[in-house]
Ligand binder design. Sequence first.
Ligand code: DOR
Ligand code: ZN
Length: 377
Amino acid sequence: MLRCPISCKAPNFSLGKNRGPQSAKVARAQMDLSITQPDDWHLHLRDGELLEAVVPHSAIHFGRAIVMPNLKPPVTTTAAALAYRESILKVLPSNSDFTPLMTLYLTDNTHPDEIKLARKSGAVFAVKLYPAGATTNSQDGVTDLLGKCLPVLEEMVEQNMPLLVHGEVTDPEVDIFDREKVFIDTVLRPLVQKLPKLKVVMEHITTQDAVKFIESCDEGSIGATVTPQHLLLNRNAIFQGGLQPHNYCLPVLKREIHRQAIVAAVTSGNKRFFLGTDSAPHDRRKKECSCGCAGIYNAPVALSLYAKVFEEEGALDKLEAFTSFNGPDFYGLPRNTTKIKLSKSKWSVPAAYPFASGEVVPMFAGQTLEWYLSSAV
Ligand code: DOR
Ligand code: ZN
């Protein structure tokens, strides 16, 4: 008999008549999953009152998070990363053990010495590449990675500091749906060939091309984070019944074949893929306007949604590695030792989360989901 390694406590979960844990599509009245505390390897926490409003949602669900540096102004130095870390710690719920893992924003002018400082700080865990103009607050990003940043990248190899890439080219002639593929062909593959020892995470992958590329690379040197939206939605979701700004993120949602390839990759158990929500809150007014920002706020629903995807694929036994093992293993960090419990019971996603001067609309606002964080064990 197959046994589910994530200690499914539901009666008969692994004993179903014809269904083992590999085909857990049947809803049961109550089903619990106990899994090692997950981490979020790609998160936008913002600053100011938005930070205060959103940080509890990540802190409840995740042990650690890689915190993106695309603030205004961007976090380009270790000193700024340490200050940002302090401001996050200050607004954490009082009993929280949540640990923010800081990142630096790479620019054309980043000096290799900054990488040494970052490593020495013990608080900075990666450097983020935003191609200039690719997304929110990327205007100070890199214009020519190998042309302008080679000495920094070489220092990153020295310091074993991972490069996290927003994998899209920005040339206006390249169709927005092709930007990831063209990035792989023109930037990522040459980078990996030039610096095979550089640790790289391709963030929020959206295409079959990315899946194939990652699968072709050495395990341990290249990994990829995967968001709930790119597992559950295809590009129709942006236009369903009218323009849906809360389903707009970058890289933009792609065709169904790409979604299916990503689902197959993560539920296969391949260690190169790990959880990174890319939760990216914006005030409702900045989403619902004539030029809406890219970003989906998914921190409150992310774990529910990942569980849903794995359950629908009959792969709940692979969920824990994706949420809690593959990420720390890639980064060379210890796995968390505490557990959380996810229960299969219905809950309604709030329509919005208010904060002092606005509100944030979460992914799947107002809808009913099934998996719920019922406790930290
Ligand atoms: O949709 C996105 N939103 N993609 C990004 O790369 C940035 C993020 C944000 O910061 O809002
Ligand atoms: Zn992001």
